[in-house]
Each structure stands twice: as C-alpha cells, then as structure tokens.
Design a protein around this ligand. Structure first.
Ligand SMILES: Cc1ncc(COP(=O)(O)O)c(C=O)c1O
Length: 374
C-alpha cells in the first residue's frame, strides 16, 4: 500500500530547520532581525518598490488593512461569497457590512457585473480574493474602484508568487494581504504580510500591529490607539526566509502537477475542472466539482472512498451563506447559485511540491474508480 497522500503538506528543508535552531539559541526569538530580513526579502521578491509589513496571520493583516482604509460602522465592503470565512469576518468585526457577490464556477472569482451592481453610496472597499492562486480580474476591480472611489484590499492569502498579466500580485495595487499558514505556497507556520505603497499608511499599520505604540529615541513611548498585537516572531520569519529561497521552484512544481491533472482529467471527464489561468497561476490548490451519479451520489461518499484508498480530499470552501452567521444576515439559500454549488460539491485534490507526477496519476485513477464503481 502506498503512503497516505494528504491534500497538502509543507516542505521544510534541513537548512531551514538548522537555521531555526540558531535563532532559538540566539537569545532573540520574537520580532527582531529575522523579521526585518524577511520583510526586506519579501519586498525584493515582490518588486514594484512596495513596502511590506509582516503580521502573525493574514486574518489580522486583513483586519488592520481595512482599518487603515477607514472602514467602520455604516460602511459596506464587497466580498465574494466563495472564500475562506476570514475575508468577510474581518469586515463584520469592524462593524461594517460585507456585501456578498457570487463567483464564476470555474475561476471561483468575483463576478464583476454583480460586484458592479452591488455598489451603493455606502460602499467603501472591495476585497477581490485570488482563490487557489489564480489572480482575480484586477483590471476590472481597479476600474470599478476608481469609478466609485473605493479602496481595494486584495485577499492574496493564497497567491504568493502568482502573476497577473506578468506582474507579481503584491507588486502593485492598493493593499495586498498574503497568508503564510502551513497550507500556503510559502509558510512561516502561521503568518501574514501586507504589501502597500503609502509610507504613512505603512506607519499606521506598524502602530496597529503592536499595541498602538510609537517608540521615542529616549526609550520612552506613546500609545495613540487601542490597538491589538500582530507581530511575527523571528523564529517564524526564519522559516519564511528558508521558504522564500524555494518559492519559485515550489510554484513551478505546482504548475507541473496541475498540468498533469489537466491531462488526466481532460474535457471534464470526471467533473468540472477549475479555470486553467495562464503561466502566472501559482496553483495553491487544485479543485474539482466531481461528476456525482448513482454510482457515487455525493461528496461524503467520495471522500470516504478516497480515504480508504489512502488519499485525502479537502473541501475549499463552503459558500459564506452556508454558514449560520451569513445566512442570518439576509443571504438565504439560493442567493449565490455558483458559490453554493461549489460549497456543496467541491473537493480539493492533493497538490504540494513534494508530490510526484505519479501521485497525480494515482489520484486520478482512484477518482475514476470511486466515482464510477459502487
Ligand atoms: C482566502 C483566505 N483569506 C484569509 C485567510 C486567513 O489566513 P490566516 O490563516 O493566515 O489568518 C486564508 C487562510 O486560509 C485564506 O485562504
């Protein structure tokens, strides 16, 4: 029997593990020189003359990015109905209203005509999500934002290394937020970062990520906001530096694996394939809407059968209005046909850099058996 194949697994090399040991022995383990080095390395990696500030997680980074944009009670923020809950939760936490919009079935990205129709005088921001590592239609997003004077907070949690029309996500645009959770293409165990252009807003983010503190040269400090605490540790930053050395290689491997999935599952043979994107797709996840039938009636059956064959399938994601919180906000079932269908049917196939092409073949053969025989 082959080894169990999870849908994802981080790859951390021995050099990074040794360097983490050095940080742990150094006497400085929280935010310090490694965080500064990691922020500098991310700045150089993204390019575009951006400013990058790290956070403990993307959730906190998204929330503070919205604070920087002045989002609060009485405001509306446009959010896709198909995303991880954090994208919309942070809007609610600030007392603003996430206005949900359906997504395209294959790209799983905001439907821009619906986003356009969702703009009201209360709208202050839009949050495109680069789901699964595929860039959203940023030309359309920024055109809409420009027309209505909206801020854009890009949820690029899943898009480190993704290109939009040849430019790295986070090398341009308004505020762009990455996640470094263990599932992501680059991990710091937990972590996140904001890429932005404005030095004053960057200073505000620094204050917001650390107790509202401004430090003075004489060693005293002032506190100007009742802020929270989101600072990344040097241990985490050290993991991130090790990951960054491999990021382009990891993403290249992800593309190869995704290409093999497309070859094996051609013409939607076993279900609706995701949008293929271009060479800039970083393939954070490979998702499928499987073709269920009387032989395999639902996702639960499929996941159990695949698990018995030693293969893990993920679920990314349920639609936001399939959760009590958002359903009760006035988004009953039927509000977002595509997002809800994805939410009911989607599975995430294994995809991570340490996989081999033969693993992809094994997954596709098992899928065929599990979907088509009882
Ligand atoms: C689209 C999206 N947004 C936000 C987040 C939150 O990221 P973090 O776990 O770093 O807070 C995630 C993480 O899964 C995500 O996938």
């Amino acid at each position: 029997m082959s080894e169990y194949l999870p849908f994802t697994r981080p790859t951390i090399d021995e050099q990074t593990i040794a360097e983490v040991g050095e940080v742990l022995r150094s006497g400085w383990i929280t935010t310090g020189p490694k965080v500064a080095e990691f922020e500098q390395a991310l700045t150089e990696y993204l390019g575009g003359g951006r400013l990058v500030r790290t956070f403990l997680h993307a959730t906190g980074a998204l929330e503070e990015a919205l604070v920087v944009c002045g989002i609060g009670p009485g405001h509306e923020v446009i959010v896709p109905a198909m995303t991880f809950a954090a994208t919309a939760n942070v809007v609610l936490r600030l007392g603003a209203k996430p206005v949900l919009v359906d997504v395209d079935l294959r790209s799983r990205s905001l439907l821009m005509d619906q986003a356009t129709a969702a703009v009201t005088p209360k709208t202050r921001a839009i949050m495109p999500v680069h789901l699964n590592g595929l860039a959203a239609d940023l030309d359309a997003v920024y055109a809409l934002a420009g027309k209505h004077h909206l801020r854009v907070v890009e949820d690029a949690a899943q898009a480190i290394g993704t290109l939009y029309k040849g430019r790295k996500i986070g090398s341009f645009g308004d505020l762009v937020v990455f996640s470094f959770h263990p599932n992501k293409n680059l991990t710091t165990i937990e972590g996140g970062a904001v890429s932005l252009a404005d030095p004053d807003e960057t200073r505000t983010l620094e204050i917001l990520r650390f107790h509202g503190i401004t430090k003075h040269a004489d060693g005293t400090m002032d506190v100007t906001r009742p802020a929270s605490k989101h600072n990344l540790t040097d241990v985490a930053a050290c993991v991130g530096l090790g990951q960054l050395r491999h990021l382009d290689g990891f993403n290249q491997k992800r593309r190869q694996l995704a290409n093999r999935y497309f070859e094996m599952l051609a013409d939607d043979r076993l279900g609706v394939l995701p949008a293929r994107g271009d060479a800039g797709h970083s393939w954070h996840m490979f998702t499928l809407l499987p073709r269920y039938s009387s032989a395999c009636p639902d996702r639960n059956t499929l996941r159990q059968r695949m698990h018995q064959r030693g293969i893990g399938l993920g679920i990314h994601y349920q639609a936001l209005n399939q959760f009590t919180l958002y359903k009760n906000m006035g988004y009953p079932e039927g509000s977002f046909p595509n997002a809800e269908r994805i939410g009911r049917e989607t599975v995430t196939l294994p995809l991570f850099p340490a996989m081999q092409l033969s693993d992809v073949e094994r997954v596709c053969e098992a899928l065929d058996q599990c979907l088509n025989s009882r």
